[in-house]
Design a protein around this ligand. Structure first.
Ligand SMILES: *Cc1c(COP(=O)(O)O)cnc(C)c1O
Length: 293
């Protein structure tokens, strides 16, 4: 297990955000950065910006849990909450870029962000050259693309498995369609895996198409059991997106053929929801009722 839950912002996204902010000109740093995020990238950008004395603004949709909004504000960033999708929040970010001269640092489709996430692959392969398979939670694909590029450069035979939920998985749908497509966003236990990949995707779609060996989709009930297992067996407080590797193994959807690592991507879970999951209470996700049974 690669425990990105231990990052100060609570998720791996600090790697990409910190790398991207550090590459900016002094002038751009002075004007400030902005992003549109389901939460963890926003928290990461706010944290990285504050460390470097750069003002940060974060645009999020109304679907984003309040616990994540509070976490971003606690990092000293301005939060603007608008609309019911990532796309609505992005429109607001675009407006503020034009109006205030901010630099948009997107959550995944950006060279410096992918490069930052790639350090996970580098660390994993340096520390554990025997690894044969990496289980990677997959959303916009910045994490997967970075890890795949780094890990395959070191060990070309490494198998990269991307894992998403079976409803509203934009990269999985896009890979099947052979081009970036839009999906309908629905509430998920793996809320950090929601959102589109951008119809005008520049980087992550191509890398995922070239380098991803397999994509696995999970039901919400399977993710629920993954979260329970991470807590029961490993005493880890992790969000649904972090539990998909365990969930895929438990569900028998991934064949383990050798030493395997799974990325425990973040800990920023709503604690009421987490408590309900680990005590086996039903969870309402929009129209879907998920039970432990
Ligand atoms: C962003 C995120 C992911 C997915 O990363 P992508 O680069 O969008 O594929 C997985 N888990 C957590 C906790 C995240 O915040």
């Amino acid at each position: 297990m690669k425990l990105e839950t231990l990052q100060p912002s609570g998720a791996f996204k600090l790697r990409g955000a910190a790398n991207a902010v550090s590459q900016l000109s002094d002038d751009a740093k002075k004007r400030g950065v902005i992003c549109c995020s389901t939460g963890n990238h926003g928290t990461a950008l706010a944290y990285a910006a504050r460390q470097m004395g750069v003002p940060a603004t974060v645009c999020v949709s109304q679907l984003v849990p309040q616990v994540k909004v509070k976490a971003i504000e606690a990092q000293g960033a301005r939060v603007v909450q608008k609309g019911n999708s990532q796309d609505d929040a992005q429109l607001e970010a675009d407006r503020l870029v034009a109006k205030e001269g901010l630099t948009d640092i997107p959550p995944f489709d950006h060279f410096d962000v992918v490069t930052g996430q790639a350090t996970i692959g580098l660390e994993l392969m340096r520390d554990n050259p025997e690894l044969e398979c990496l289980l990677v939670p997959l959303s916009g694909g910045g994490l997967t693309a970075g890890i795949a590029i780094a890990a395959k450069a070191i060990k070309p035979s490494i198998r990269i498995v991307g894992i998403s939920m079976d409803r509203g998985a934009a990269m999985a749908e896009s890979l099947r369609a052979g081009k970036p497509v839009e999906v309908i966003e629905v509430p998920s236990l793996a809320d950090s895996l929601g959102g589109g990949i951008g119809l005008n995707n520049q980087h992550t779609f191509d890398v995922c198409q070239d380098m991803l060996d397999e994509v696995i989709l999970l039901t919400e009930a399977e993710i629920y059991r993954g979260m329970q297992a991470l807590f029961a067996h490993d005493r880890l407080i992790a969000e649904g997106a972090s539990a998909v590797g365990h969930a895929a193994v438990l569900a028998g959807k991934v064949m383990l053929t050798g030493p395997t690592a799974t990325i425990i991507t973040g800990r920023n879970v709503d604690m009421d929801q987490f408590t309900n999951v680990i005590t086996g209470q039903p969870i309402q996700l929009g129209e879907l009722l998920v039970t432990g049974a």
